[in-house]
Write a protein that binds this ligand. Sequence first.
Ligand code: HEC
Length: 142
Amino acid sequence: MAGLDKRTPLPLTEMMATHQKQEMRDHLQVVQEIAIALGKDDFDAITAAAARIAWSDKQAMMCKHMGAGAPGFTAMGEHFHRTADGIVTAAKNRDRAGVATALGTTLETCVKCHATYRQDIVDEQTFAKHGGSMGHSMMHSE
Ligand code: HEC
């Protein structure tokens, strides 16, 4: 795979890679929920769904942890969460076109990141060599 796939490798331990994919499937479910809610003008449902991908210190720490071995990944992930804040803001204003526009901006960041990076499963030592810290230190101070 790696030979044909020219995207930048994102080194992750198997556990982190599994966790990232779980997060990703939830990201996809979030955009699904937003699209369906938008068709029903259900702005509360949009706000609730978008909050799962909106900016938080915890999300930012996760991006930092996941991106330790791939330059640019963390910044792209953080930018993604910032764009999701735009969905929340538009939904709170009950701004239908604003939600659609912000959703489009968020989807652009999903597409861009997928076009740039691919998971690269490595062992813990290799991950640590890339500057990544192991364990749950990411959830505390760093
Ligand atoms: C900062 C980078 C980044 C952003 C932003 C991002 N992803 Fe991902 N996503 C990844 C990476 C890396 C993979 C693993 C791709 C690979 O190895 O081929 C992935 C994989 C996935 C997968 C596959 C999960 C699986 O079970 O195999 C889905 C679905 C997905 N992303 C959805 C989304 C959606 C929807 C968004 C936006 C709302 C999003 N992602 C935003 C980096 C990102």
